[in-house]
Write a protein that binds this ligand. Structure first.
Ligand SMILES: N[C@@H](CCC(=O)N[C@@H](CS)C(=O)NCC(=O)O)C(=O)O
Length: 208
């Protein structure tokens, strides 16, 4: 199978971290990586649009030609194939809570950062009707989400209780991506987020 990937982008990083946490070797799983350089505009090409009509990386192409895009759908695929080291919960409650946080983080934090980047950075001009005010409002929304997450982490070791999960992967990839809109963790303002960030960044998978 093929994994369409780009090292610097947050959603492909989520899948790489997921695979690393599960200890899945690309060689054993038969995964060939195809690099698609977003910086060079390769995702805007006609060829890539055929591979990913709804846009975006990552895409997993199975040997029968099926293409799975959406980082969480790809992660789900591997969670089902390799249930050891579960990252999406083990019972009704943990599965629901992980899904709840994962969706919150995607729809709230990640989306605010992504909109601010898309509407505020010149690299997106050829493919986005940029609205500068929307970039600003989205950055403010990202700040609010970061503030809320810091409060949540005051009472929780990981995003969901004492177990590392895919919700931590989503949060880490979103928080690190926030540097594109010049947001970095301020230890004074967000001590709980800083504590969690250090904890999850120390995991080998964060380098995947
Ligand atoms: N919801 C999708 C988002 C996919 C997405 O926006 N990917 C970005 C990289 S992080 C991308 O490929 N951007 C380039 C483009 O849209 O042309 C997912 O979770 O996979």
């Amino acid at each position: 199978m093929k994994l369409y990937d780009f090292k610097m982008a947050p959603n492909p990083r989520r899948v790489r971290m997921f695979l690393a946490e599960k200890g899945i070797s690309y060689q054993q799983a038969g995964i060939e990586v195809v690099n698609v350089d977003i910086g060079k505009g390769e995702t805007f090409s006609k060829e890539f649009k055929e591979i990913s009509p709804y846009g975006g990386l990552p895409v997993l192409e199975l040997d029968d030609g099926t293409r799975i895009s959406e980082s969480m759908a790809i992660s789900r695929y591997f969670e089902e194939l390799y249930p050891e080291t579960p990252l999406m919960g083990t019972d009704a409650k943990s599965k629901a809570l992980i899904e709840m946080w994962n969706r919150r983080l995607e729809l709230g934090l990640y989306t605010a950062i992504a909109y601010s980047f898309r509407h505020g950075n010149p690299m997106w001009k050829p493919v986005t009707n940029q609205v500068a005010e929307f970039a600003e409002v989205s950055a403010e929304n990202a700040d609010k989400q970061i503030h809320k997450l810091n409060k949540h982490l005051a009472g929780s070791k990981y995003i969901v209780g004492d177990e590392f999960s895919v919700a931590d992967i989503t949060a880490l990839c979103a928080i690190d991506f926030a540097k594109v809109i010049k947001r970095r963790i301020d230890e004074e303002k967000h001590p709980h987020l800083a504590r969690w960030h250090k904890l999850v960044s120390e995991r080998a998978s964060s380098q995947a």
